[in-house]
Write a protein that binds this ligand. Structure first.
Ligand code: NAD
Ligand code: UFG
Length: 345
């Protein structure tokens, strides 16, 4: 079985590509490396000891992507390619709408022309907006508060409408909660550009001495210790979720939406404590004001993914903190130099 993996050199795409190769799938990665490095391709090969096709292609460029479709007969697409930084999307909305929406429409058009009718799409818990109460389930109303979230919502809607018009088509939109962790080999992981926005990469860089201290955004939320609660999920579990979605997608048509989380919420202080305990380090932090746009609590109802995909996350918060730190200090982590440069600008 041959799969097209868009964005396969990125954080989640690379871990899923490893799992797909290990499970015996034949994959072809397309990535323009706008937020990743071509060296990740070699590392996926080294981890799995398997070869695969790959192209440096921007999926918004139809002529380039067309060539990939002409060279291969795909059975399904795993669609990770997209820009994902919320703050950047507010500053550069056109870039986000163009990349994420045009990229997906071009991809769907080529899938249609080549009779490829199965796609697994990376959606996000961000589509639950700010008005629902955790645990979030898939039938809750959706909304978005920034251009990044809008692109996820719109892509869900586009694929919903396309599925209604094409009876052979199936889309699985997987709404990820907070992906963290890294491959146990320390060879692949998340490579945030510049100073990280997200909690886990920020903590790892504080502990490594690259950043002075963590600012805990708000300690007056209505949570068990006043700090924000999120559903952190190990990227290894997330990758397994994609394999389960793929197994199911060949027996269904239409639109299918699943939360991929653990169903458990951890506060910022819970994460700091787990990180210190499992890694034997101290995380320097101070409390700061709430971050604009943050909510108190966000975690998943995982019943649907469990019942319909048999998906259950296996890794706990200690695994997540250990593997995140292991990646941060790994010799394969090339982000170190970039981060120092960006911090000086
Ligand atoms: P990432 O940035 O590490 O990976 C995305 C990959 O897509 C990168 O390798 C990038 O170079 C590539 N890409 C982007 N635009 C492209 C284009 N036009 N053509 C070809 N390649 C392109 O991000 P990630 O964390 O691995 O996220 C993967 C997907 O999951 C994204 O769609 C993201 O929005 C979604 N998601 C991520 C999170 C998260 O917290 N990491 C949460 C929810 C959803
Ligand atoms: N936090 C801090 N200090 C920091 C960074 C984060 O205290 O320096 C706190 C936040 O206030 C929040 C928690 O840590 O309470 C998690 O914050 P992240 O930035 O790691 O994650 P978010 O839940 O804000 O957002 C992430 C992705 C979004 C995605 C969302 C839901 O960045 O793109 O999860 O999937 F939409």
């Amino acid at each position: 079985m041959k799969l097209l993996v868009t964005g396969g050199a990125g954080f989640i795409g690379s871990h899923t590509s490893v799992k797909l190769l290990e499970a015996g799938y034949d994959i072809c990665i397309v990535d323009n490396f706008i937020n990743s490095s071509s060296s990740v391709i070699d590392r996926i090969k080294a981890i799995t000891n398997k070869n695969f096709d790959h192209y440096e292609v921007d999926i918004t460029n139809k002529d380039d992507l067309k060539r990939v479709f002409y060279n291969h007969r795909f059975d399904a697409v795993m669609h990770f390619a997209g820009l994902k930084a919320v703050g950047e999307s507010v500053k550069k909305p056109l870039m986000y709408y163009k990349n994420n929406l045009i990229g997906t429409i071009v991809l769907l058009e080529l899938m249609q022309q080549h009779c490829v009718n199965k796609i697994v799409f990376s959606s996000s818990a961000t589509v639950y907006g700010q008005n629902n109460k955790s645990p979030y389930n898939e039938s809750m109303p959706t909304s978005a508060t920034n251009p990044y979230g809008q692109t996820k919502l719109m892509i869900e809607k586009i694929s919903h409408d396309y599925a209604s018009a094409n009876k052979d088509f199936a889309v699985m939109s997987l709404r990820y909660f907070n992906p963290v962790g890294a491959h146990k080999s320390g060879m692949i992981g998340e490579n945030p550009r510049g100073i990280p926005n997200n909690l886990m990469p920020y903590i790892t860089q504080v502990v490594q001495g690259k950043l002075a201290e963590l600012k805990v955004f708000g300690n007056d939320y209505a949570t068990h210790d006043g700090t924000g609660v999120r559903d952190y999920i190990h990227v290894d579990d997330l990758a397994n979720g994609h394999l389960l979605a793929l197994e199911k997608i060949f027996s269904v048509t239409g639109e299918h939406i699943y939360n991929l989380g653990t169903g458990k919420g951890y506060s910022v202080l819970d994460v700091i404590n787990a990180f210190e305990r499992v890694n034997g380090v101290t995380v320097k932090y101070t409390f700061a004001n709430r971050r604009l746009g943050d909510i108190a609590t966000c975690y998943a109802d995982v019943t649907k993914a469990k019942n319909e995909l048999s998906f259950v996350a296996k890794k706990d918060i200690f695994d997540m903190c250990r593997d995140s730190y292991n990646w941060q200090v790994s010799k394969f982590n090339t982000s170190n130099q970039q981060n120092l440069k960006a911090a000086k600008v």
